[in-house]
Design a protein around this ligand. Structure first.
Ligand code: 5GP
Ligand code: MG
Length: 179
């Protein structure tokens, strides 16, 4: 399937499953090397990262743990704008080496907020691992240590990522066709 229709939009295949898995494996091997002996805690951000997290974690060969959090968005004050709160974090992360597993880093504001929140809980170290990064959109200073793939600024779906909650089940990654 090289072209799919989801709701009112058309998407063309841009990254086939085999290429995704090759890059996910590469990142996992990098983490296996860097985190050897540290028993890292992977914290996957739901919903978007669930497919990536499952594949990444199964390429991890060192002792490690995984847990899942969600980000709840709500309107803050005018000055703070949209606020994203981390919910569902039941683990004690103090003294732990934590690797945040994210689907995509766009402007970077979500990950910046996540680092600030987790940082108050005294982890030993905090790292970001993302499936996708749009370097052209990054607008806050952010050290994204582990990146499986860099992509242009277009909107994508598949491999866990959605368009209006649809398309997460697509095995490949698709890019929105601009009309
Ligand atoms: P940021 O805070 O970095 O601007 O936004 C990150 C979040 O925006 C991601 O976790 C994801 O939920 C959403 N997002 C950004 N770009 C895309 C995209 O191309 N496709 C989809 N499905 N979600 C995106
Ligand atoms: Mg996300």
């Amino acid at each position: 399937m090289s072209r799919v229709t989801i709701l009112d939009k058309t998407f063309d295949i841009s990254i086939p499953e085999a290429e995704i898995l090759k890059q996910v494996k590469r990142v996992a091997e990098q983490i296996n090397k860097d985190m050897n002996g540290k028993n890292p805690l992977f914290l996957a951000v739901l919903n978007g990262s669930f497919v990536f997290a499952a594949d990444l974690f199964r390429f991890i060969t060192i002792p490690s743990e995984i847990s899942f959090v969600k980000l709840a968005s709500y309107e803050g004050t005018v000055s703070t704008g949209k606020i994203k709160e981390v919910i569902g974090l039941n683990e004690d992360i103090s003294g732990r080496d934590v690797i945040i597993v994210e689907d995509i880093v766009d402007t970077g504001s979500t990950m910046k907020r996540m680092l600030e929140t987790l940082g108050t809980r005294n982890p030993r170290s905090l790292h970001i691992c993302t499936l996708l990064l749009k370097p052209g959109k990054l607008s806050v200073p952010l050290n994204v240590e582990y990146v499986a793939m860099e992509i242009p600024n277009d909107f994508i779906v598949g491999y866990g990522l959605d368009y209006d909650q649809q398309g997460r089940n697509l095995r490949d990654i698709y890019t929105l066709v601009q009309e």
